[in-house]
Design a protein. Structure first.
Length: 319
């Protein structure tokens, strides 16, 4: 129970604070966009860069990607099939599938794993995050574009490449690889180590990232709210919060065995609620916006209970 008190309460307590701020006159929609920009373009990159700069390449376990994305691909396919049985268009099926497998690994995941395991837990999480958006958002955007464009599909391969390039431009992914590269460089050229003054600035920015990320999530939810099609949002949430973590754990335990810490982090990441990028992508293409929004809201609210259960079943003890 101490893990619930030490991890769940502060994490979702700050989400609640963000929700209350978002409902108040203190933070307008325009202000939220600015706050989100600062969080994603300054705070999280500092945290990710410092964390990955301390990692050695030989300590990484690539199998975690095989474990996590084997489960993701399987459930994505199941949800696409389910969407077809429900009579949904291709774009709506893509939104349903994305809602059921795309984790909020940055806004909630980084603070959650940091409070649970410290920086050692961030390494496996960041390995997943480094390709998470690149694969899932790019492919789902491609399917939505196919649906929206209809017969004009000759340029879709080019647009798929463009979507992938846009994902690489997101500040989160470059920060991870830059930190890893800088760590290897300073390992072989010690005099290139980050100056103390610069590191203190990065450290201060990094310390602000987890609470600001959680407040951002809460404030975003306050500005979104539930819309129609709540049933499909609930279905996606069940897959996201229950089916995906169970499948990731089973594959990482019995098919491609992982180190216990890495398996726990991968499972908890799978148990996180759907990320806000799901409805942001849906808004861009004007496809399944209500479904995506409801999946994010419902899964975030329900994850208070499901993550508590996951912590207990995995035997997580606070530091």
């Amino acid at each position: 129970m101490s893990a619930i008190a030490d991890i769940i309460v502060p994490v979702f307590g700050m989400v609640l604070v963000g929700w209350l701020i978002g409902r108040s006159p203190l933070l307008s929609a325009e202000g939220l966009r600015g706050f989100t920009g600062v969080t994603f373009y300054a705070l999280f990159p500092a945290l990710l860069f410092r964390s990955m700069a301390k990692v050695r390449l030989e300590t990484l376990e690539p199998d975690i990607l095989l474990v996590f994305f084997s489960a993701v691909v399987l459930l994505y396919g199941v949800l696409m099939l389910l969407g077809r049985l429900m009579g949904l268009r291709l774009g709506d099926r893509a939104v349903l599938a994305l809602s059921g497998v795309f984790s909020n690994g940055v806004g909630i995941g980084i603070p959650f794993i940091t409070y649970a395991f410290g920086e050692k837990g961030l390494v496996p999480l960041l390995m997943i995050i480094s390709v998470h958006s690149l694969i899932l958002l790019t492919f789902s955007s491609f399917l939505m574009e196919m649906d929206v464009q209809g017969g004009a599909r000759r340029r879709l391969l080019g647009r798929l490449g463009g979507a992938a390039l846009n994902m690489l431009k997101h500040p989160i992914i470059p920060s991870i690889f830059a930190g890893l590269l800088w760590g290897e460089l300073t390992r072989h050229v010690p005099w290139l180590a980050t100056p103390v003054v610069i590191d203190r600035i990065l450290q201060a920015l990094a310390a602000a990232a987890p609470p600001c990320g959680l407040i951002m999530v809460g404030a975003s939810l306050a500005h979104v709210g539930l819309k129609g099609h709540w049933q499909s949002g609930a279905i996606a949430s069940i897959f996201k919060l229950a089916a995906l973590p169970v499948l990731v754990w089973a594959i990482g335990r019995y098919v491609f065995p992982l180190d216990p810490l890495w398996l726990t982090v991968a499972t908890l990441n799978a148990a996180l609620p759907a990320g806000a990028n799901v409805y942001l992508v849906a808004q861009i293409y004007g496809v399944g916006v209500a479904r995506a929004t409801n999946a994010v809201v419902i899964s975030t609210a329900a994850s208070i209970f499901t993550l508590s259960i996951a912590l207990l079943l995995l035997g997580v003890q606070t530091r």
